[in-house]
Design a protein around this ligand. Structure first.
Ligand code: GDP
Length: 196
């Protein structure tokens, strides 16, 4: 798959509106502001492929990007907004749990966490759903440029120690969209999941 060819395919409020469940896709999940849009844009070498939502809770949609006929990337709705209603939180949980459990073409899940505060409760929930679905996980500690090298290594070590039961094929990386750190490793991991 050629990441530069990524383009918007469709937005879906539920699995029934998603593109046909054929070929292979890799989905991106993360708390709002974790750097998910920036990571997608950096991985695809585009500035405005994924856009940040400035309105909490409004974008409860799966956004599908096409790489080619067989391969897609999926931007999952960001989570962890403090101020959204219970109804929106419940809707989000149902959408996520349903998508991760049911989507046959889903070959891997990228979970993005700000390296300065990883593994919040909701991140753990997301990782647990991925584990339940036996999906290979790529855990990205984002904005690694915000920490010094030693702190990056310490955080990697701590997170690795806590995530002992990741499904086979999973990987943990420090990532920075602004410093282009972890881009090639992430692309290699995603390509591997898409083509297996
Ligand atoms: P999203 O809500 O998860 O899609 O997050 P965004 O990609 O919109 O990023 C949230 C904020 O973090 C924005 O202000 C970005 O400029 C900033 N950001 C994203 N990635 C990086 C990074 O690698 N390094 C730094 N320093 N800031 C980043």
């Amino acid at each position: 798959p050629v990441f530069q060819r990524a383009h918007f395919l469709s937005a879906a409020s539920g699995l029934d509106h998603a593109p046909p469940d054929t070929g292979a896709e890799v989905a991106f999940a993360g708390r709002s502001n974790a750097g998910k849009s920036s990571a997608l844009n950096a991985l695809c070498h585009q500035n405005r492929l994924a856009r940040t939502s400035k309105t909490p809770g409004r974008t409860q949609q799966l956004i599908f990007f096409q790489l080619d006929d067989e391969h897609r990337l999926v931007d999952l709705p960001g989570y962890g907004f403090a101020k959204v209603s219970v109804a929106i939180k419940t809707g989000w949980q149902q959408l996520m749990a349903n998508y991760l459990a049911e989507r046959q073409s889903l070959h891997g899940l990228v979970v993005l966490m700000d390296i300065r505060h990883p593994l919040t409760d909701i991140d753990r929930q997301m990782l647990a759903w991925g584990q339940d679905a036996a999906l290979p996980l790529l855990v990205l500690l984002t904005k690694a440029d915000k920490l010094k090298r030693g702190a990056v290594d310490r955080t990697l070590h701590q997170v690795r120690r806590e995530l002992t039961e990741l499904p086979p094929g999973s990987q943990l990386l420090a990532f920075s969209a602004t410093k282009a750190l972890g881009i090639e490793s992430s692309q290699a991991w995603i390509s591997e999941q898409l083509t297996r």
